[in-house]
Design a binder for this molecule. Structure first.
Ligand code: ZN
Length: 83
């Protein structure tokens, strides 16, 4: 399987692992063969976790609420933040 990972040793950005790799199988640089990551760790990094999704939804909701309140004049007393 092919990945786009930066190799700190040679600067190459293409890495390879076994097809159908298991969590503990290595991802290595396609140029110099240096170990870059394991398949399981890399999958965890690129998959959006439930915790991150909930964090982003909460953050977006708070920003939206703050914007709507500022439009309604609720936070007019804090002129440095909402103008
Ligand atoms: Zn390399």
């Amino acid at each position: 399987m092919r990945y786009y990972l930066l190799c700190n040793r040679c600067g190459n950005t293409e890495a390879l692992s076994l097809n159908n790799c298991l969590e503990w199988d290595e991802i290595n640089c396609s140029e110099c063969g240096d170990f870059l990551d394991t398949c399981g760790h890399h999958a965890d990094l690129i998959a959006p976790s439930y915790r991150h999704q909930m964090f982003n939804r909460s953050k977006n909701l708070i920003i939206k609420m703050a914007y709507e309140r500022s439009q309604a004049g609720v936070y007019r007393h804090d002129s440095s933040t909402y103008q």
